[in-house]
Design a protein around this ligand. Structure first.
Ligand code: ADP
Ligand code: ZN
Length: 639
């Protein structure tokens, strides 16, 4: 009798009638013995990409597929689901007794299992290696599937050292096909992942990372907890959501605050007892109106389809983290919100964490600063958030809308289109296979050439293009040498800014729905920079943001008088600009690498060479206006 085809298995075993996106290509490639790198957003259907090949290859006599996964809970769920579907699968982990694991090992050696799930540290044990070797000698080691593969990269947001040892798989079993799967990886992480896992010759399958049902909103922090409360009460009353905070202490505070306001909320962080964490997680999964206030310890592997919002009360470290965390909203495809507040203090805190981290090399710190800057630039952007976000992952959204002719991002005509219309115009090209990077290359980065001169478009279109191009892991011939994509502070930032996102209209983010007014802050920026310069010149030391703003706004504080700063030519030249705006100017200058916050010297501000651009009148600084007033972008009519 003929062996069942992948499609037969899809329908008979899993009960689905068609493959989704690139699944079919991936499955066929892997069944044929090819290596693969699969980048697919959360909920995209990665599991079937190795489960179906595992079944087909087992039927064909190739033996067992080993799935490497970092999460016990996830292994548990997947194996349970496979059993229900009648597939022989098991996991090996630390929760099992010696007897249980010995029994499983025997089953493994007889190659009776189709899939075996194990954590990377387990794979790395001598005992496990012996088992795998023995299987392989008899031709019964079919495939390695490495899930959450970004964990191998220290540039990623979820580095797990145990993943490092997985590069051994290639050396030990060069003939066994391997696939790596992840829902998040920017250019730097992707390249690192490929190198670490020795997947240079693997075929890349990159799906669209767009999540059209998620509405992105990023607001400036004024009174974060009140803003959050207002957001939840007006947009998501009695709905399930996750609120991410930076610290355990803050998690507890915010959960308490929400409870005091009469909302159903729980705290979750690594400082809680594991049984309490489990209990709260289960409760969250069951309840359709529970708010989980958590550190990033919460979320990986949580598959709750009806999370209606993910809020960030503090800014995450980078865009990958932001994307991953916001991606937990709306997995059921219904409308959901990704809402974030951020402020100057977030920038300063994150910078400090990077600057003072002892374990890290300078190269690493530079990379992390670059990633932070990219997130900041997303936050400060006046353009479509979705387009900016996706361009960071090397993806271009194409819009046939007439808005693309409008060079000015402030043009309001876009806002007249309803979001439904706009979404219909959205034409996402799923990027598949090795061609992904070639497609990225063709992105028109010069679209904005005759738009308003932006301080942010400092790098020329061409250079950004090269940067994007240089991430091409399969492309060593004409790309710039590796060094160019080595972590430099600005590279990630440039990627976000430059890949033709300026005219995109998604219709489902704050900037598209409520285009922010833009004010020309060039003069203010110049005043700020001159002030930093003068103060340092006059006093021989640097000062922090508060003091500089006092000088600009002409306040004769004790400190101002103590240093005689009321006599500076820059004293009182900035009374026309409010404090909120000064902070925005400053954030922008920090983001643009014109000003450095010395976190080791009382957060004092120092000029960087790039500041000359503005001082000499060669660059313009455009800022969002009164971003603070738009804490809630208006009520959405639910469909
Ligand atoms: P990921 O691991 O990429 O987050 P999963 O593998 O958990 O995603 O799949 C997400 C959901 O989509 C699961 O409920 C899965 O059963 C479903 N799914 C996957 N592929 C298909 C398909 N071809 N047709 C219908 N549903 C699918
Ligand atoms: Zn948008």
């Amino acid at each position: 009798m003929d062996q069942p085809t992948p499609l037969n298995i899809l329908s008979q075993v899993f009960g689905y009638d068609s493959f989704r996106g690139p699944q079919r290509d991936i499955v066929e490639h892997v069944i044929a013995g090819g290596d693969a790198l699969v980048l697919m957003p959360t909920g995209g259907g990665k599991s079937l990409c190795y489960q179906i090949p595992a079944i087909v290859r087992q039927n064909a006599g190739h033996g067992v597929t080993i799935v490497v996964s970092p999460l016990i809970a996830l292994m548990h769920d997947q194996v349970g689901a496979l059993h229900e579907a009648g597939v022989s699968a098991a996991f090996l982990n630390s929760t099992q007794t010696f007897e249980e694991s010995s029994a499983l090992e025997k089953q493994l050696l007889r190659a009776e299992l189709t899939l075996l799930y194990a954590a990377p540290e387990r794979i790395n044990t001598p005992r496990m290696k012996d088992l795998l070797r023995s299987l392989n000698q008899r031709g019964k080691l079919s495939l390695f599937a490495i899930d959450e593969a970004h964990c191998v990269s220290q540039w990623g947001h979820d580095f797990r050292p145990e993943y490092r040892s997985l590069s051994l798989l290639h050396e030990m079993f060069p003939d066994v096909p391997r696939m790596a799967l992840t829902a998040t990886a920017d250019a730097l992480t992707r390249q690192d992942m490929v190198e670490r896992l020795k997947l240079e010759t693997a075929r890349e399958f990159v799906s669209s990372f767009d999540r059209p049902n998620i509405r992105y909103t990023i607001v400036e922090k004024t009174d974060a907890t009140r803003q959050l409360l207002r957001f939840i009460e007006t947009e998501h009353a009695a709905e399930a959501g996750i609120v991410y905070c930076q610290s355990r202490k803050r998690v507890e505070e915010v959960a308490g605050m929400l409870q005091a306001a009469g909302l159903k909320a729980m705290a979750y962080h690594a400082g809680l007892d594991s049984s309490l964490r489990q209990q709260r997680q289960d409760q969250f999964l069951r309840d359709d109106a529970m708010i989980m206030v958590a550190t990033i310890a919460f979320g990986m592997g949580i598959d709750k389809p009806d999370v209606r919002f993910v809020a960030h009360l503090d800014m995450p470290k980078n865009i990958e983290g932001y994307y991953q965390e916001t991606g937990r909203a709306g997995r059921d495809g219904l409308s959901a919100d990704a809402w974030m507040t951020y402020g100057l203090q977030d920038v300063v805190n994150q910078r400090r964490m990077i600057d003072t981290s002892e374990a890290a090399s300078e190269e690493f710190k530079q990379a992390m600063r670059g990633k932070l800057d990219a997130l900041l630039s997303l936050a400060e952007s006046t353009h479509c958030r979705r387009a900016s976000l996706l361009s960071y992952f090397g993806e271009e959204l194409k819009s046939k809308s007439e808005n693309s002719k409008n060079e000015n991002s402030n043009d309001l005509s876009g806002a007249k289109t309803t979001s439904a219309q706009a979404l219909n115009k959205l034409e996402i090209e799923p990027i598949t296979g090795g061609s992904a990077l070639h497609e990225v290359k063709s992105v028109g980065v010069n679209e904005s050439s005759d738009g308003p001169p932006q301080a942010s478009s400092a790098p020329s279109g061409g250079s950004a293009l090269h940067e994007v191009k240089s991430v091409g892991v399969n492309e060593s011939s004409d790309g710039p040498p590796r060094a160019s994509s080595a972590p430099s502070g600005g590279s990630a930032l440039h990627e976000v800014k430059s890949v033709g996102v300026n005219n995109y209209f998604c219709g489902n983010c704050d900037n598209c729905l409520f285009p922010p007014a833009v004010w020309d802050a060039t003069e203010a920026a110049r005043k700020m920079l001159s002030c930093i310069y003068r103060v340092h010149q006059a006093s021989g030391i640097s000062f922090g943001a508060g003091h500089l703003m006092d000088i600009l706004r002409g306040k004769t504080t004790e400190k101002v008088l103590q240093y005689g700063h009321e006599r500076l030519s820059t004293f009182g030249i900035g009374t026309d600009v409010g404090e909120t705006q000064w902070r925005a100017v400053l954030r922008q200058l920090i983001t643009k690498d014109m000003v450095r916050v010395d976190t080791e010297a009382f957060n004092t501000l120092q000029l960087l060479p790039e500041a000359r651009q503005v001082l000499k009148g060669l660059a313009t600084v455009l800022l969002r206006e009164q971003i603070a007033s738009s804490s809630t972008p208006g009520k959405r009519t639910k469909t």
